[in-house]
Design a protein around this ligand. Structure first.
Ligand code: GDP
Length: 510
């Protein structure tokens, strides 16, 4: 792709990690983000109040920096991913110690895993009397998050987002994981980033928060973002201060868009206005083509070419999820060449979050005795996600089986029709050599493929061009009868040759 330019190792320098905070509602994501924002040394120095833009970068007392996506919940996370931008390097999973693992906790885990983003668990509300951090650890073990202290590789930190207890330790852990990830960027190239939010400001026009991921964005740079373009007129940091440049892992509010971009759009600085404008044009065109393709959307029955199916399962009760999973596993055994991944399963209505996860991972949503809520329905349409609703497990399996069969490439198989022995040959001008044959097995058919075998060796592979019984053209001659035939483009036929007629059939493996 145009933006994937290989970077020379020597140009790369360390960049701050970009972190997203996920977790169940009310478990303390907003509180944690607020508390973290207050630890920012730069804000204290400037006495500035952090504005609400979609991300902020903090500087720790040790001089290290961390960038937070300030969009609690994983909606933003998945919106960005669904649009093809991987933004977060690390996910902090907030779990309230007095409430434990909840449906959205599991969703968050699946989102992060699917995006291959490492998870740090923040066990929150540790100050509360009912807090049970050990139970949270136990519960999360079931989802593959095993605490380091129990021999696993997931970092758990007990915190209180409200009092600030251990939040500093949590941030140190973020830096530790970041160090292992060796996050690097080249600050001396044209900027590449992602639009994380956008709006139309009545006074300033189209405004977007751009997270610069590589390179440095400068005032006056031309850029393309999604299918719009522009020139950076002004930039503001999270404290509302004007800045003239934005290095890697820096969120900035950018003015100067031709039209409003969409959250998740890639933002790419360009050398010239012409380049930026042209690229936006090309993308607009491509988008129109995609919209057209969307209308002729292929559904579950026809995903051909794929060797992997991702499924999201939502059911009325846990019991049906288990039964469904079991049936799907049994079905999967019949299709060793195809991988079926159940990337998320849960109880309850199909939500927008399910749809976003499906969009991000090209998954099909299967609802069993549940329905999509309004938001999910709308988003599924926009994001082109398939939602299938069932109330009988057998029907799910039947449909899936059909789909899986459709996925398998057709296999070509040869079927021998029959053999004949050449007993005489006649040379006829304008026709060539006619072989007088006796059919020894099966049938010989006009237009069938045919091999000429001499002394056990295939000397020619072609097609039966003509077939006659006495003077009559016939379609087929069966065992025990004589016939005259010609092989297309082959006149070297001899008495004693064997003709083997065959056809190729295409079939889907069962
Ligand atoms: P979110 O929905 O995940 O963003 O959760 P909020 O940050 O809005 O927090 C939900 C509620 O939990 C609020 O009333 C917070 O004050 C409270 N809360 C968050 N963190 C803590 C904590 O560490 N200790 C206590 N006691 N309450 C907390």
């Amino acid at each position: 792709a145009e933006e994937e330019i290989q970077e020379e190792e020597e140009n790369l320098v360390e960049r701050p990690p970009i972190v997203t905070v996920m977790g169940h509602v009310d478990h303390g994501k907003t509180t944690l983000l607020d508390t973290i924002r207050k630890t920012d040394v730069a804000s204290k120095e400037h006495g500035g109040i952090t504005q609400h833009i979609g991300a902020y970068k903090i500087k720790l007392p040790n001089g290290k920096e961390i960038t937070f996506l300030d969009t609690p919940g994983h909606e933003a996370f998945t919106t960005l991913r669904a649009r093809g931008s991987k933004v977060a390097d690390i996910a902090i999973l907030v779990v309230a110690a007095d409430d434990g693992v909840k449906p959205q906790t599991i969703e968050a885990i699946n989102h992060a895993k699917n995006a291959k983003v490492p998870i740090i668990v923040a066990v929150n509300k540790i100050d509360k009397p009912g807090a049970d951090p050990m139970r949270v650890r136990q519960q999360l073990t079931q989802y593959g998050l095993v605490p380091e202290e129990w021999g696993g590789d997931t970092i758990f930190v007990d915190i209180s987002a409200k009092t600030g207890y251990n939040v500093e330790t949590l941030l140190e852990m973020v830096l530790l994981v970041a160090e292992m990830l060796e996050l690097k960027a080249n600050p001396n190239r044209l900027a590449i980033g992602t639009v994380i939010e956008s709006k139309l400001d009545p006074k300033r026009g189209a405004v977007a928060t751009v997270l610069v991921q590589n390179g440095t964005l400068h005032i006056g740079d031309y850029f393309v973002a999604g299918y719009t373009w522009g020139k950076v007129k002004a930039m503001f940091n999270e404290r509302g201060e004007r800045v003239s440049k934005a290095p890697p892992s820096t969120p900035v509010e950018v003015l100067g868009f031709d039209e409003i971009p969409e959250a998740g759009d890639k933002f790419i600085a360009k050398e010239t206005e012409r380049e930026a404008k042209q690229l936006a044009e090309i993308r607009k065109q491509r988008r129109e083509e995609e919209l057209l393709a969307k209308k002729t959307r292929i559904h579950l029955e026809n995903l051909s070419g794929q060797k992997e199916i991702n499924l999201i399962i939502k059911t009325d009760v846990q019991g049906s999820a288990e039964a469904l999973k079991k049936s799907i596993e049994d079905l999967a055994e019949k299709f060793p060449d195809i991988t079926i991944n159940i990337i998320h399963s849960g109880v309850g209505a199909i939500t927008e979050s399910d749809v976003m996860l499906a969009a991000a991972s090209n998954a099909i949503i299967i609802g069993f005795n549940v329905r999509p809520d309004t938001g999910a329905r709308k988003t599924a349409e926009e994001e082109n996600v398939d939602i299938k609703i069932y109330n009988i497990i057998y029907n799910v399996i039947e449909d899936l089986e059909k789909a899986l069969k459709g996925l398998l490439a057709p296999v070509q198989r040869e079927v021998i029709l029959g053999t004949a022995e050449v007993r005489q040959t006649f040379k006829v001008k304008s026709i060539g050599t006619i072989a007088g044959c006796y059919v020894t097995e099966g049938v010989i058919r006009r237009n069938a493929l045919a091999r000429v075998i001499r002394d056990g060796i295939v000397i020619y592979d072609g097609k039966i061009a003509s077939l006659k019984r006495f003077k009559e053209d016939v379609k087929e001659v069966a065992k025990g009868f004589e016939c005259g035939l010609t092989i297309e483009n082959f006149n070297d036929i001899k008495v004693g040759d064997i003709i083997e007629a065959y056809e190729i059939v295409e079939e889907r493996p069962q």
